[in-house]
Design a protein around this ligand. Structure first.
Ligand code: KIV
Length: 293
C-alpha cells in the first residue's frame, strides 16, 4: 500500500501531502516481530486526532497510540483517571479516519481507560470491542498480576493486547505520584514476574514507563515474544514511545526530564517527528547518560 497524495481540505483542515518515502506495507504484528528480529527499533507516538495521526504516519512512525493521556493533553484533566471509554472511542475513530484518508499504514493502539476493564473479563472484552470497532488494531491496559487472566481472555478472542508496567498513570493516586518504579530489588523482581505472566497470557507488546534502564534492558532480553516499548525506561527496549505534545514542546506543564523537544531544531511538525523516528532508529534517543535513574 502506498501513501496517496491527499492535500485537499477536510473537515479537520488540510491534511499533509503524501510522503515520498515510506512505501511501506501496513504495519502488523508479524512485521513488528520481523523488525525486532532484524534489530530495528520500533517507533510509537501518541495521536488523538485525524491530522496529527496522518502526519505521524507520513513521518514513518510505525505505531500510533491513542493514549488516555488525551485526558491531560486534550481535555485539561489533572490525570488520566477521569477519561471515559466514550472519549477513547471518539478519539480512536478520529485517528482511524485520519489514517484511512491518507491510506496510512501505522498500527493503531488504543488505551482502555480507568474502570473500563477492572470489573470482569467480560467488561474488558466489551470495552475492547468498542475501541476495535472504532478502528483500533490493539488495546492497551495497565497493570500486572490481576490483569493477566484478562489479557488471556482478550487474546483468545482475537483482541491483540499491549500491556503497561512500571509507572501506570491510571493508578497514580495509589502509587503516590509519578515516580520511577522497580528501583529496589523486590519491586524489580515483581515487575519481572508480572512481565513474564503477561507474555504467557499473550500480550504482544509491553509499555515500560519510568523503569530503570538496566531493568528494562534485562526484561527486553527475557521477553522474546512481547516487544517492550519504553518511555523514560532507557535505550534497551525494542521500541520507544512519547506523548506527541511533549516531544513537540507544546504541553501545558513541565516536560518530564526523559523527553527531548524535537521541535527545537525542526522546521515543521512532520520534520520533528521524522527526527524522532531517525533518532530512535539510530540509537541516539533516548540517551541513557542523560536520564539514568
Ligand atoms: O496514555 C499514554 O499516552 C500512554 C503513554 C505515555 C505510553 O500510555
Amino acid at each position: 500500500m502506498t501513501h496517496a497524495p491527499v492535500t485537499a481540505g477536510t473537515p479537520y483542515g488540510t491534511l499533509p501531502p503524501a510522503s515520498p518515502l515510506p512505501q511501506r506495507k501496513p504495519i502488523s504484528l508479524p512485521r513488528l516481530a520481523q523488525m525486532r528480529e532484524a534489530g530495528e527499533k520500533i517507533t510509537m507516538l501518541t495521536a488523538y486526532d485525524a491530522t496529527f495521526a496522518a502526519v505521524a504516519d507520513a513521518a514513518g512512525v510505525e505505531c500510533i497510540l491513542v493514549g488516555d493521556s488525551l485526558g491531560m493533553v486534550c481535555q485539561g484533566l489533572p490525570s488520566t483517571v477521569g477519561v471515559t471509554l466514550e472519549a477513547m472511542a471518539y478519539h480512536t475513530a478520529s485517528v482511524a479516519r485520519g489514517l484511512h484518508r491518507v491510506q496510512g499504514t501505522a498500527w493503531l493502539i488504543a488505551d482502555l481507560p480507568f474502570g473500563s476493564y477492572h470489573e470482569s473479563r467480560e467488561q474488558a472484552l466489551r470495552s475492547a470491542c468498542q475501541l476495535m470497532q472504532a478502528g483500533a488494531h490493539m488495546v492497551k491496559l495497565e497493570g500486572g498480576g490481576w490483569t493477566a487472566p484478562t489479557v488471556q481472555f482478550l487474546v483468545e478472542r482475537g483482541v491483540p493486547v499491549c500491556a503497561h508496567l512500571g509507572l501506570t498513570p491510571q493508578t497514580v493516586h495509589a502509587l503516590g505520584g509519578y515516580r520511577v518504579q522497580g528501583k529496589d530489588e523486590a519491586a524489580a523482581r515483581q515487575l519481572r514476574a508480572h512481565a513474564a505472566e503477561l507474555q504467557d497470557a499473550g500480550a504482544a507488546m509491553l509499555v515500560l514507563e519510568m523503569v530503570p534502564a538496566p531493568l528494562s534492558r534485562a526484561l527486553t532480553a527475557e521477553l522474546a515474544h512481547c516487544h517492550t516499548i519504553g518511555i523514560g525506561a532507557g535505550s534497551g527496549t525494542a521500541g520507544q514511545v512519547l506523548v506527541m505534545h511533549d516531544m513537540l514542546g507544546v504541553n501545558l506543564g513541565k516536560n518530564p526530564k526523559f523527553v527531548h523537544n524535537f521541535m527545537q531544531d525542526a522546521g515543521s511538525v512532520r520534520g520533528a517527528i521524522e527526527a524522532y523516528v531517525q533518532a530512535v532508529k539510530q540509537g541516539r534517543f533516548p540517551d541513557d547518560a542523560l536520564h539514568a535513574w
